[in-house]
Design a protein around this ligand. Structure first.
Ligand code: 0O2
Length: 203
């Protein structure tokens, strides 16, 4: 590859020259979450996290989001106007672990609270549940942390899959009602599991 091509490629990504730094920051955040996880495992004897995933939003997906939000497709938009270039998903065993991890994360040096959306207490009309936390790290880098239980994650993955593949043709009201019913049933199981956990702890 010619030197000029290399620079053209850098220009081509919506993140400008920050793509690699975003990856590094994402790994730093994953390490911080791993240490919270280890600390909680030490304290309770149980790992609160089932899965931990991170991604830097793909170039195309970020460009599409800029267009949707009416923003120019520039590094300024991708890094500072939109806050989920870095996305981290923490899938927890129990609902209360979500809030404990949220609090511990915000107590860490370098982590600043920006915004949160509690779709667990304020469920989206379609049944989607998850806790979304936007943070700013080291005074510059935004990241969206999604915290959910295994059930919430399963539902979101299946709903995304169904919608993405089929765009809901035909009796959409019935499909949407059924999806919402599944979400509510899963949520009720989460609540029962949480109650069982509390009962076992009290014993
Ligand atoms: P990806 O690839 O998962 O990141 P916007 O981001 O503009 O769509 P907003 O209000 O900024 O909207 O974001 P919000 O409500 O915090 O939700 C953003 C992310 O949450 C989505 O990311 C999804 O991952 C997830 N999400 C939100 N609502 C639903 C839903 O109804 N079903 C499912 N399966 N996931 C949902 P992206 O950007 O779509 O993609």
């Amino acid at each position: 590859m010619k030197e000029s091509d290399y620079y053209n490629n850098i220009e081509d990504t919506i993140y400008g020259s920050s793509k690699e730094t975003l990856e590094l920051i994402m790994h730093e955040l994953l390490d911080l979450i791993t240490s919270i996880r280890a600390e909680m495992t030490e304290e309770t004897g149980m790992d609160p996290v089932e899965h931990l995933l991170g991604r830097v939003k793909s170039d195309e997906s970020m460009r599409e989001k800029c267009r949707r939000k009416g923003l120019p497709e520039t590094p300024q938009s991708a890094l500072y106007e939109i806050h989920d270039a870095i996305g981290i998903r923490i899938v927890c065993a129990f609902i209360d672990d979500i809030y404990t991890i949220r609090n511990r994360l915000l107590a860490l040096p370098g982590v600043e609270f920006v915004e949160e959306k509690d779709y667990i207490r304020h469920v989206k009309p379609n049944g989607y549940r998850s806790f979304h936390l936007i943070i700013r790290y080291r005074s510059q880098w935004f990241a969206e942390i999604q915290l959910r239980t295994i059930s919430m994650d399963t539902w979101a993955a299946l709903e995304h899959h169904l919608k993405y593949k089929h765009h809901f043709k035909g009796n959409t009201a019935l499909i949407e009602r059924e999806l919402k019913r599944c979400a509510d049933e899963l949520a009720s199981t989460d609540e029962s599991m949480q109650t069982l956990r509390d009962m076992i702890r009290d014993l």
